[in-house]
Design a protein around this ligand. Structure first.
Ligand SMILES: [Zn+2]
Ligand SMILES: [Zn+2]
Ligand SMILES: [Zn+2]
Length: 445
């Protein structure tokens, strides 16, 4: 029995919190009724099957987060270079890598790489809270002061939290404004844009040191039917770049009116970066794979890895006081709690999202036309595993009956160690394989 138990843990890649299922699956030949394959957890140790937890966060499950990062890489790369049902012609489409930031909510200590001082201002004096409004120190990125406000009293916490709460809306308006700007630049009526071109994207949200979300996005311009149709002749990277800049500057969202806060005008920050991606055989711009890897890196980060918020929901004010976070993060969480209690902000659900500092968006989002989906990648992986493991013969028409139910999750303390060992071995094997590729004569993928 013991080796099968090990096999099960290995099959989940050493997942730290596997889901336990009980049930069976039977595959029959439709014509003859013959059972071609039957699997039942009754023969398994503990009468259960372990399935991966699929958590995206490295802080929750490192092995599953690596799988998720791999899927994200393929998903983003397919949208850039084709593959996984996306035509390779997408490489020749106008494609940009765009970074949109939050505006400033007050000066924070910043790290520099060239020995520059933090916020030097000669004879700048102090603010109304008697704190210096300048900082002549040179900070290393590892210093805990980096990202913390020079004066928490002057920092606009309500604006920061309300901006987060509307970041999704700002993004939606940005994509609509980009289409509108492109349409008017080429003299098209807005309603006709979709008959000529389709704008698709994949974006990830990332917390900066100051705990404000910024957005990295791959934006691509295709023909009217998405990746399978070429864009019109007017669709150039230059036109797309200029449309992105114009659109980002034009977007404005107003927060709901509040007697204590008023109505805030929320916009993107002035720091905006839009760079064309390198097309096949072209030497300028960013390389496709580098961008896909960059995006994949962010989705596995949990709130705790980025030191912004927590990976769990905060249910009471006491949870905020007890959270292991910096004073700045705690102030943002308290602001969420306070504003979340005001009726005018009820739709923003700020208390439910205090752990993410008011941001309700997904970490990764993409338009349907951009590329393949996580589901498609998982199905492909499951089919591959099935074909190598159980070998249901092709040919006759087959029908499969499955019945599964959830019976638990997690590992016993002993199994936790075994799973961690298997996960480590997998990482090591991958590293060794990479070294092999780098050996003389070999080539890195
Ligand atoms: Zn897992
Ligand atoms: Zn400083
Ligand atoms: Zn102050």
């Amino acid at each position: 029995m013991f080796p099968r138990f090990l096999e099960q843990i290995a099959a989940t890649g050493g997942c730290a919190h596997p889901v336990h299922l009980s049930g069976s699956t039977t595959t029959r030949d439709v014509a003859t009724g013959e059972v071609l394959h039957h699997y039942d957890t009754r023969t398994e140790p503990g009468e259960r099957l372990f399935v991966r937890c699929r958590n995206r966060r490295a802080s929750v499950c490192a092995p599953c987060s690596r799988l998720y990062a791999g899927d994200t890489f393929h998903l983003v790369r397919a949208g850039l270079t084709g593959g996984k049902s996306v035509p390779v012609q997408v490489r020749e489409r106008p494609r940009l890598f765009v970074t949109l930031t939050a505006p400033s909510f007050g000066p924070v200590h910043r790290a520099t790489t060239d020995g520059q001082r933090c916020r030097p201002r000669r004879n700048a004096g102090t603010c109304e809270h008697n704190r210096p409004v300048s900082c002549g120190a040179v900070h290393d990125v590892t210093e805990s002061v980096v990202g913390q406000p020079l004066c928490p009293g002057c920092y606009d916490y309500p604006a920061h939290v309300l901006w987060h709460a509307h970041a999704g809306q700002l993004w939606d308006r940005f994509t609509r404004a980009t289409r509108r700007t492109l349409a008017s630049a080429v003299g098209l009526a807005q309603a006709r844009f979709r008959d000529h071109a389709r704008l698709s994207f994949a974006k990830v949200a990332e917390y900066q040191k100051r705990a404000a979300v910024h957005v990295h996005a791959v934006v691509r311009l295709d023909g009217p039917d998405g990746p399978h149709t070429p864009p019109p002749a007017w669709a150039t990277p230059e036109l797309l770049t200029s449309a992105v800049h114009t659109a980002a500057r034009s977007v404005l969202v107003r927060s709901p009116y509040s007697p204590s806060i008023g109505e805030l005008e929320l916009r993107w920050g002035t720091q905006l970066d839009a760079r064309p991606l390198r097309a096949f055989g072209d030497t300028d711009g960013l390389a496709d794979d580098a961008v896909a890897a960059y995006v994949a890196k962010y989705v596995t980060k949990g709130a705790t890895d980025t030191a912004a918020g927590t990976d769990y929901r905060l249910l009471t004010r006491d949870d905020i006081d007890a959270a292991a976070v910096s004073p700045h993060i705690r102030a943002l969480m308290r602001t969420c709690w306070h504003l979340g209690g005001l009726p005018e902000y009820a739709p923003l659900r700020l208390r439910a999202w205090a752990h993410t500092l008011g941001y309700r968006g997904h970490i990764l989002t993409k338009s349907r036309a951009y590329s393949t989906s996580y589901t498609a990648l998982r199905t492909q992986r499951a089919e591959h595993q099935r074909s190598t493991e159980t070998r249901v013969p092709d040919g006759p028409e087959v029908a499969t009956d499955s019945q599964w139910r959830y019976v638990g999750s997690g590992h016993t303390p002993g199994a936790t160690l075994i799973a961690a060992g298997i996960a480590d071995d997998l990482v090591l094997n991958r590293e060794l394989a990479r070294e092999d590729l780098r050996a003389p004569g070999g080539e890195v993928e």
